[in-house]
Design a protein around this ligand. Sequence first.
Ligand code: C2E
Ligand code: CA
Ligand code: CA
Ligand code: CA
Length: 274
Amino acid sequence: VKDDGHQSIMFFDEALEKEASARRQLESDLRRAVRDNEFELYYQPILNIGSNRVAGFEALLRWRHPERGIVSPDAFIPAAEAIGLIVPLGEWVLHEACRAAAQWPVAVTVAVNLSPVQFESQDIYKVVVGALEKAGLPASRLEVEITESALLEAKEADAALHKLKEIGVAIALDDFGTGYASLAYLRRLPFKKLKIDKSFVRDMRASAESENIVRTVLELARRLDLTTVAEGVETEEHLAALREAGCMQAQGYLTGRPMPGSDVGAFLLNRSLR
Ligand code: C2E
Ligand code: CA
Ligand code: CA
Ligand code: CA
């Protein structure tokens, strides 16, 4: 193949065609899945490091595919965003998470991930208020998580986030440190929480740079009066280092894996009675 340019071009075309066809298949599967309700929310606990109590749960989307089994969101959210399906899907996530949280035996928070596409193509403020009202969930129990993204440069996102903040919904900046506009964002948008990306947490022990970044981010958050959450906390060692550095909350396999909604009540009762 090396010295036959013609043939490698054909292979390249075939590979592209294969990719495009896999993409079309995924998209049509997704449309069917939204119609047939193949989605489910899992919930991962977030712990207050100081008290060792559950502060809340993050809702994480799962697709129960009839043939492929459980599909993780990284495998389908980009496609759902590209074809606009994230809008109805994201609306379902908001309604389902609020409905579930209103039934929990302890009044902790529920965090929902929002896609930038949801800000562009609908009045997300109205959707959130609708979900809260329908579920009878106080706004103070809902958090929304957004990532730094070029799409969020849109002005409509600013207005929606400020209105959500006004009614008591907490806004969290997700995956902090992995984007490119972090500091400008912090100044412009009404964040209450900062979630430190798991890549920094993972490397904290092995790399002095990562540890310094985590410490500096925690100091920045302290000065800006933001609640800090470390993601990807997998070991006692991680937790000890974060506690020592003054991080407020922890989320990761150590504190609990994402679990089906039916397990949350027992988890909460168990943790709260201890
Ligand atoms: P994220 O918001 O950063 O969510 C945290 C991800 O880290 C989750 O992956 C979670 O399962 C995983 N995780 C938790 N603890 C640990 C740990 O200790 N170690 C490691 N290595 N990973 C851990 P998941 O559930 O596969 O979700 C992936 C991403 O998909 C999320 O990243 C989020 O960006 C997106 N996503 C999930 N649900 C939704 C949703 O309802 N709407 C939108 N728009 N995006 C969602
Ligand atoms: Ca998140
Ligand atoms: Ca994250
Ligand atoms: Ca992420």
